[in-house]
Design a protein around this ligand. Structure first.
Ligand code: 13P
Length: 249
């Protein structure tokens, strides 16, 4: 069976004090035994997170990485640097990266490859805009984003990813996809993965993201193809995030 993964994406929020507060609260919290929890921290807090989370239940993740291994790329951060700091996960292709920073499918693919090269587990983000949903293009868009990465990967590398379905219209809007809407897209993603390999489809963790909160998480996570959550706003409050993690057990 797939171990649920609840990942918090702090985006450009938080503080050193909040990193410490999460480390302390989670060290003492009673979490379900079969749930994995990660926090995708802003770059400057990764070092502190790596130290504070050691030995505790929180895994460390980053929000993006360079597609280059090293060199004259002012302001960029490489996969090797993230691995050095103890990161296990890295988000790739978040819709904010795609829309605000111009990352197209080729850029996303290159970052997935860079992450894999450094032993990181990429969490590949997929999602349609409201306009695309209303034009009934949701599956075409999401499965296109999926194929742009998975077609290019050697089969043995594909199983190292996790996938997050984040409808753009649900991110930060308080407008969550209904459990049925989310489940339908997750099922389509899993069916597409089965075209590559049945075992790949069975083992792949598919997270839902977009206004996941303590009061709607259980219903979303109960869907058969939803294996976790990628949580933005609600991952900045210890109690809210803990409640979501607890509802995944
Ligand atoms: P919200 O939970 O704030 O909607 O953000 C979702 C998200 O983008 C996580 O990556």
């Amino acid at each position: 069976m797939r171990t649920p993964l609840i990942a918090g994406n702090w985006k450009m929020n938080g503080s050193l004090a909040l990193v410490e507060a999460f480390a302390e609260a989670f060290a003492e919290a009673r979490l379900p035994a079969d749930v994995e929890v990660a926090l995708m921290l802003p770059f400057p807090y990764l070092g502190a997170g790596g130290a504070a989370f050691r030995g505790g239940p929180l895994a460390l993740g980053a929000q993006t990485l360079s597609d280059q291994p090293s060199g004259a790329f002012t302001g960029e951060v490489s996969g090797a640097m993230l691995a050095d700091l103890g990161a296990r996960y890295v988000l790739v292709g978040h819709s904010e990266r795609r829309t605000l920073f111009g990352e197209d499918d080729a850029a996303v693919r290159a970052r997935v490859e860079a992450a894999l090269e450094h032993g990181l587990a990429p969490v590949l983000c997929l999602g349609e805009t409201l306009e695309e949903r209303e034009a009934e293009r949701t599956e075409a868009v999401v499965l296109g984003q999926l194929a742009a990465v998975f077609d290019a990967l050697p089969p043995e590398q594909r199983q190292r990813l996790a996938i997050a379905y984040e409808p753009v219209w649900a991110i930060g809007t308080g407008r969550t996809a209904s459990p049925e809407q989310a489940q339908a897209v997750h099922a389509a993603i899993r069916a597409r993965l089965a075209d590559y390999d049945a075992g790949l489809a069975e083992g792949m963790r598919l997270l839902y993201g977009g206004s996941m909160k303590a009061d709607n998480a259980a219903e979303l996570l109960a869907q058969s193809d939803i294996d976790g959550g990628l949580v933005g706003g609600a991952s900045l409050k210890v109690d809210d995030f803990l409640a979501i993690c607890q509802s995944a057990g």
